[in-house]
Design a protein around this ligand. Structure first.
Ligand code: HEC
Length: 157
């Protein structure tokens, strides 16, 4: 009996530990969604940053690069964000992870408008960015405004 138990011990231990590991890996799906939408925002910022930099003169204007960056912003809008904004994933419910204000879900029309303004600004810059520094400059303000417009209304400080 004792021998059998000893033989079984590694199996028992393995079963218990693998159970624990599986449990630890089972992360809060809401937090995963929050991380996914934040990743999208990081990407937007990654593409938009050099466009702002070129417009300001901090980075040398490069038509091909500007066009590629703006088209990357546009391409991101064709990807799906389904499931990334579940209800009750707001800043008050998830203060350690989320910075989205509850208004995002309460003021649906306003949020939609902010998204539309962004879509328009992205379409504008995708058309202009490669057409010279002046053309880029004429569109970059609208882009920055549309990011800020949404953050002001729906993102916690
Ligand atoms: C329609 C609304 C909206 C637009 C447009 C928008 N954002 Fe955001 N952004 C948000 C919200 C809401 C959050 C907070 C997400 C969260 O933490 O739950 C956020 C978060 C961010 C973050 C922080 C990401 C992190 O790691 O926590 C960055 C950076 C950012 N946005 C950049 C941008 C840039 C740059 C643009 C424009 C090119 C932009 N956003 C356009 C709503 C928007």
């Amino acid at each position: 009996m004792r021998k059998i138990l000893l033989l079984l011990l590694p199996v028992i231990v393995m079963t218990i530990t693998s159970g624990t590991t599986a449990h630890a890996a089972e992360r809060d799906p809401v937090k995963k969604a929050i991380e996914a939408r934040q990743a999208v925002m990081v990407l937007r910022s990654w593409y938009a940053g050099p466009l702002f930099g070129m417009a300001k003169g901090d980075i040398e204007y490069d038509a091909d690069w500007a066009s590629t960056l703006a088209n990357s912003l546009k391409a991101e809008l064709d990807t799906t964000d389904r499931g990334m904004w579940p209800e009750e994933s707001d800043y008050e419910t998830y203060p350690d992870s989320s910075r989205t204000l509850p208004e995002w879900w309460l003021d649906v029309d306003g949020a939609e408008e902010a998204e539309k303004a962004y879509d328009n600004a992205v379409a504008q810059i995708a058309e202009s960015a490669g057409g010279g520094l002046d053309a880029l400059r004429s569109a970059v303000g609208g882009l920055g405004k549309s990011c800020k417009g949404c953050h002001d209304g729906y993102r916690a400080e």
